[in-house]
Design a protein around this ligand. Structure first.
Ligand SMILES: Cc1cc2nc3c(=O)[nH]c(=O)nc-3n(C[C@H](O)[C@H](O)[C@H](O)COP(=O)(O)OP(=O)(O)OC[C@H]3O[C@@H](n4cnc5c(N)ncnc54)[C@H](O)[C@@H]3O)c2cc1C
Length: 267
């Protein structure tokens, strides 16, 4: 849609260009920014002209630029020991109407938007990825993506902060993962996503997203029993409720998904 209050568009080419004037906001793929009125905005600063490589494989893992599109995220040649690689496609396909926005939506935009169904939040949380965040004063900070997202449309990002990249550790990429998603319709917005990650040393990380306003990450020394899961999930307060699912249903279905995930990883 046209954004009637926006009167300027700047293409960012250097870090200096990312200093925002009052009323300006950074533009990723624009798939959300142009999907509803933004009356508080008067200018946009395009991040995609920064020329960041979409992804880089290095000794410590995978670096994904904030401007990497969902489609580009599926491009890296996968080293044979990256057993977690299928999770990238599973999360990409968890997007509502996946293929239509794959070529536009960015990883940074998805995390910054902080919707419960943020599929890149699910991916990054499950893999213990860090966000590298550029501050407007020229410094940067690093924070687990799980901790960046505080709630629905609520993050630790301060005005002018930009997600430069997501750093996925090599250890997580070499883990075994199991993914389960439920949506009310086959191509619908995710109602619950549960991802398990079994590391080389036998530790298991269970991540719940879409069913909760922010990611919940549970860590275990070994795969938990169903009774342990039941007790743990009963301690989660504030299951998310919207037209894609009632809170009590989301709690119940997430527990079922967690049983499944743990059974798969125990095998
Ligand atoms: C058909 C359709 C289906 C969708 N399905 C889903 C879905 O299933 N799940 C979901 O979560 N969302 C969904 N969305 C919403 C949105 O498209 C996605 O969240 C998308 O990933 C946002 O990324 P973007 O690059 O397009 O962000 P933009 O629209 O460009 O920006 C979104 C917000 O993030 C900020 N931002 C962008 N990049 C950065 C950055 N690098 N650092 C800091 N701030 C930044 C912008 O200023 C803006 O506030 C859907 C949208 C459409 C149109």
């Amino acid at each position: 849609m046209d954004l009637h209050t926006v009167t300027s568009l700047r293409a960012a080419r250097s870090r200096d260009d990312l200093r925002l004037a009052p009323g300006e906001s950074v533009l990723g793929g624009g798939s959300w920014l142009f999907s509803e009125p933004q009356p508080e905005l008067s200018g946009l600063v395009d991040l995609t002209t920064m020329g960041w490589a979409p992804w880089t494989i290095h000794g410590d893992g995978l670096s994904v630029a904030g401007t990497c599109t969902i489609a580009e995220l599926l491009e890296p040649p996968v080293p044979t020991d990256w057993t977690a690689a299928p999770l990238f496609r599973e999360c990409a396909e968890a997007f509502l109407m996946s293929f239509k926005i794959w070529n536009t939506a960015t990883v940074g935009g998805n995390i910054a938007l902080a919707l419960p169904a943020g599929a890149m939040i699910s991916l990054a949380a499950a893999l213990d990825a860090d966000a590298v965040i550029w501050r407007p004063d020229g410094t940067e900070r690093r924070q687990l993506v799980t901790e960046v997202v505080l709630g629905v449309r609520h993050t630790t990002l301060q005005p002018g902060e930009v997600i430069r990249s997501i750093e996925v550790p090599a250890g997580s990429l070499r883990a075994r993962t199991a993914f389960r998603k439920v949506a009310l319709t086959p191509m619908g917005r995710s109602s619950a996503i549960v991802i398990g990650r079994l590391d080389d040393d036998g530790r298991l990380t269970l991540t719940v997203t879409a069913a909760t306003p922010r990611p919940y990450v549970f860590r275990f020394g070994e795969p938990p029993t169903n009774d342990e899961l039941q007790t743990l999930f009963a301690s989660v307060h504030g299951w998310y409720e919207d037209p894609h699912g009632a809170a009590d249903w989301r709690a119940a279905i997430s527990l079922e998904l967690a049983y499944d995930v743990c059974e798969e990883l125990r095998a």
